[in-house]
Design a protein around this ligand. Structure first.
Ligand code: HEC
Ligand code: HEC
Length: 209
């Protein structure tokens, strides 16, 4: 029942974004051309997050995770903090907040809730704390091996190139598995088995023990 309601809300939201939102999105694009196109901060620009299962969020019981579920899944899936780095998140959060403030209270047919300043601060801090940790490949041994090169080519398509040291050797296989799901959901080409193994062994070589 709850799921149905959410689906319905999402469907209506998409419709409204399709009609009324187009003007809004365009108006924002004009105000903020940098945020909408080009640049590392907007590799996923104009693509709505597919969403992560809330149970897979870091610190799922924290206030930040709760607010993310409450406010940031009103129009699209719950965005995983790993989509952006700590330095990229503030711009994205500001863009999303403008949207929420503009649509709050159902002025545009549907009722969108918008966070207050305090909640917005908690949300931003949560995303920054758990954001993607980017890596400088020039500091990693083996960057130009086949595994290192495949890693660089495959894993920077949707977010900054992830630091292999942000996970343990035990954790990486499940993360890779989830990234394959993200690639399928977002229509990116899946690396074949040899490429996947190359990436995994590169990650494991630089992972936390
Ligand atoms: C009122 C609807 C709405 C709400 C609420 C909303 N978003 Fe979005 N979001 C969009 C739309 C539309 C897009 C696609 C256009 C764009 O990127 O601006 C989008 C795209 C995104 C993207 C992918 C684009 C990128 O730059 O990475 C992320 C990440 C994102 N939203 C995060 C969030 C977060 C975090 C929140 C809560 C603070 C949030 N959204 C709340 C409508 C919304
Ligand atoms: C098709 C787009 C896409 C590609 C390609 C992609 N990712 Fe991701 N990645 C995401 C999205 C979306 C999130 C946030 C949602 C999530 O965590 O699943 C994310 C989050 C992450 C996170 C933070 C979450 C965590 O569990 O630590 C890491 C680390 C990560 N990706 C590593 C990788 C690696 C390694 C590769 C290359 C094999 C890769 N990604 C390729 C879309 C992608």
């Amino acid at each position: 029942m709850k799921r149905n309601r959410r689906l319905l809300t999402t469907a209506i939201a998409m419709l409204v974004i399709g009609i009324g939102g187009q003007f809004a999105v365009r108006a924002m694009a004009q105000q903020n051309p940098m945020g909408m196109m080009g640049g590392r901060s907007c590799m996923m620009g104009n693509r709505m997050p597919q969403g992560i299962n809330p149970g897979q969020l870091p610190d799922p019981d924290s206030e930040g995770a709760r607010l993310l579920g409450q406010y940031c899944s009103q129009c699209h899936g719950v965005p995983g903090p790993g989509m952006h780095t700590a330095s990229e998140w503030p711009t994205v959060v500001a863009r999303m907040n403008r949207r929420m403030q503009m649509m709050r209270g159902g002025r545009m047919m549907i009722r969108i809730e918008a966070p207050d300043d305090n909640e917005l601060g908690i949300l931003r801090a949560y995303l920054e704390k758990n954001g993607q940790r980017a890596v400088d490949m020039s500091k990693l041994v083996g960057a130009d091996t086949p595994g290192g090169l495949t890693f660089q080519k495959t894993c920077a398509q949707c977010h900054a190139l992830p630091d292999p040291a942000q996970h343990t050797r035990n954790e990486w296989p499940a993360v890779i598995e989830r990234m394959r799901t993200n690639m399928t959901a977002m229509g990116n080409q899946l690396p074949d088995q040899a490429a996947t193994e190359g990436i995994l062994s590169f990650l494991l070589a630089h992972a936390v023990k």
